[in-house]
Write a protein that binds this ligand. Structure first.
Ligand SMILES: Cc1cc2nc3c(=O)[nH]c(=O)nc-3n(C[C@H](O)[C@H](O)[C@H](O)COP(=O)(O)OP(=O)(O)OC[C@H]3O[C@@H](n4cnc5c(N)ncnc54)[C@H](O)[C@@H]3O)c2cc1C
Length: 403
C-alpha cells in the first residue's frame, strides 16, 4: 500500500463521478422555473390515472388532490417511493437505501413544495469531506484537504441530518395522496386507441381513464414490460432506447470500529464505484460504511449469485486496502438494495441529459393527448435526481390538465 497526494484534476473528476454524476447544484437551482403547477388552479372533469408511485407520480398526484380532480395511482409494488426507500433498523439514524444526496442548493427543498425563499427548515449536513482516498487496485491515495475544500466550494451538496429523501417525499407528497394508491398492480398494457384509455394489469384486470400519466423508470420502458396500443412511434422508441440506465446497488455494512475515511473512490470504466461513511456528521454511535456501485463494476458483482457473496466480495476488496480490518470488524449486519435487479425499477439513475443524443422532446411527447410521461428522465429544467422527478411530475400534469 502506498500513500501519496493526488492531483486536483483527477480528484475532482473521481469525486464528481462518485458523489453525484449530475451535481451542478447552483446552476440547477438557478434553472428552477418561476412558476410550477402548485401556483395554479385547475378544473378537469375527467378521470386521471397515474402509473407509478415514485417521487414523480406522487408530486403529480398532489396537484390532482389539491384541485379535487378524480384520480387514482396504480403502483406495481406493495409500497410507495420507488427509488426512495428508508431503513431504520441497521443504524441509530434513518438511512436512504436509494437517493441520498441533495445535489443542489438547500433552498431547492422549499421551492419544490412551493414555499418562497432560498432556505429550508430541513436540518441538513453540508457534504464537505474531510478525509478522502482513491484506490486503483494498487495505490491508496490520500486527497489533499485543500482540494476537498475547493471541491465543496465549487460543487456544494447536502445530506439530511436526521431525516431522509424518503421522509421529505413522504411528508410533502405521499401523505396527501396515499389513500388513492392501488398497490401490487403492475400495468402491462396501455390501450389509447379509443376515446378512453384502458390500462390492463398483469392479472388481467382493467382500469379506465380519460387521461394517463406514466411515471415508470426509463428501465421499465426500455424493458417493454408495458405494451402500448397503438405502438409507440419509432421516434419515441429510439429516444427511450438511447438512454443509458445503469444497473447498480447500494450495500450498507455495519462495523465495530471506524477504520475508513469519509470516502474512498475506485477506478471504474463506466459508472461509479466507491465507499463512503454513511454516518458522516450524523449524531450516531454506529460505524456504517456504504458501497455504491453502478455501471460496469456491479456487473462483476452480478455474476455472483447471492447477497452474501456480494458482501464477501466487498469485504475482500476492503481487506486488500485495510489489511484484513474490514473482515475482522464487520458485525455481520448489512442492507443490500440491488436496484438494477428490482423488477419494477431495473436501474439506478441516468445522466442522459449530458448526452448529445438525448431527445427530451420525443421522450416527453404525449400520445394523442391522452397518455403523458413524467419521471426523473423527463425533467426539462436540468434538476435531475429527486428534484427532477418531482418537477417533471408537476410539468406533465400541468400539460395534461391544460390540454
Ligand atoms: C442507489 C441510488 C442512488 C441515488 N442517489 C440519488 C441522490 O443522491 N440524489 C438524487 O437526487 N437522486 C438520486 N437517485 C435518483 C433518484 O432516486 C431518482 O431520480 C428518483 O427517485 C426517480 O423518481 P421517479 O418517480 O422518476 O421514478 P421511480 O422512483 O423509479 O418511480 C417509478 C414507480 O413506478 C412503479 N412502476 C414501475 N413499473 C410499473 C408498472 N408496470 N405498473 C405500475 N407501476 C410501476 C415503480 O414501482 C416505482 O414506484 C438515486 C437512485 C438510486 C437507485
Amino acid at each position: 500500500m502506498k500513500f501519496r497526494l493526488k492531483s486536483i484534476g483527477v480528484l475532482l473528476f473521481s469525486l464528481w463521478m462518485f458523489t453525484g454524476c449530475f451535481k451542478w447544484g447552483s446552476r440547477a437551482y438557478d434553472r428552477f422555473p418561476e412558476t410550477i403547477a402548485l401556483d395554479k388552479n385547475y378544473f378537469y372533469e375527467g378521470k386521471v390515472i397515474i402509473v407509478g408511485a415514485g417521487a414523480s407520480g406522487l408530486a403529480a398526484a398532489k396537484i390532482l388532490e389539491r384541485n379535487h380532480i378524480n384520480y387514482e395511482i396504480i403502483e406495481a409494488t406493495g409500497r410507495y417511493g420507488g427509488r426512495l426507500q428508508k431503513d431504520t433498523l441497521l443504524a441509530d439514524f434513518p438511512m436512504d437505501l436509494g437517493a441520498e444526496w441533495i445535489h443542489n442548493q438547500p433552498g431547492i427543498l422549499n421551492k419544490l413544495i412551493g414555499l418562497p425563499g432560498d432556505w429550508t427548515s430541513e436540518e441538513l449536513i453540508p457534504y464537505h469531506l474531510e478525509s478522502a482516498f482513491s484506490w486503483d487496485g494498487q495505490d491508496y491515495v490520500q486527497t489533499d484537504k485543500e482540494e476537498l475544500d475547493a471541491f465543496f466550494n465549487f460543487f456544494p451538496e447536502y445530506k439530511f441530518k436526521n431525516s431522509t429523501w424518503f421522509d421529505y417525499v413522504d411528508d410533502n407528497f405521499a401523505q396527501h395522496v396515499k389513500h388513492k394508491i392501488r398497490f401490487n398492480t403492475p400495468i402491462s398494457e396501455i390501450d389509447f386507441s379509443g376515446n378512453h384509455v384502458i390500462l390492463t394489469a398483469k392479472n388481467g384486470e382493467e382500469y379506465v381513464a380519460d387521461k394517463v400519466l406514466v411515471t415508470v423508470s426509463i428501465g421499465v420502458l426500455k424493458s417493454n414490460m408495458i405494451t402500448f396500443n397503438p405502438a409507440l412511434s419509432n421516434k419515441k422508441e429510439r429516444a427511450i432506447n438511447r438512454v443509458d440506465f445503469l444497473p447498480g446497488f447500494k450495500l450498507v455494512m455495519k462495523f465495530s470500529e471506524k477504520f475508513y475515511p469519509d470516502a474512498i473512490t475506485f477506478d471504474s470504466d463506466s459508472g461509479e464505484h466507491g465507499y463512503y461513511d454513511m454516518a458522516f456528521k450524523k449524531e450516531s454511535d454506529d460505524y456504517i460504511l456504504t458501497l455504491l456501485s453502478t455501471g460496469g463494476s456491479p456487473k462483476e458483482y452480478f455474476d455472483v449469485e447471492t447477497d452474501e457473496e456480494i458482501v464477501s466480495a466487498a469485504l475482500l476488496e476492503l481487506d486488500e486496502i485495510f489489511n484484513g480490518t474490514a473482515s475482522n470488524t464487520f458485525t455481520g449486519e448489512y442492507e443490500l438494495r440491488n436496484w438494477g435487479n428490482e423488477e419494477y425499477i431495473l436501474g439506478t439513475w441516468t445522466n442522459a441529459a449530458l448526452n448529445k443524443n438525448f431527445n427530451l422532446n420525443a421522450l416527453n411527447e404525449p400520445l394523442e393527448n391522452k397518455v403523458y410521461f413524467a419521471g426523473e428522465i423527463n425533467d426539462a429544467h436540468r434538476q435531475m435526481g429527486v428534484p427532477g422527478a418531482i418537477l417533471s411530475g408537476y410539468f406533465a400534469i400541468n400539460e395534461l390538465l391544460d390540454e
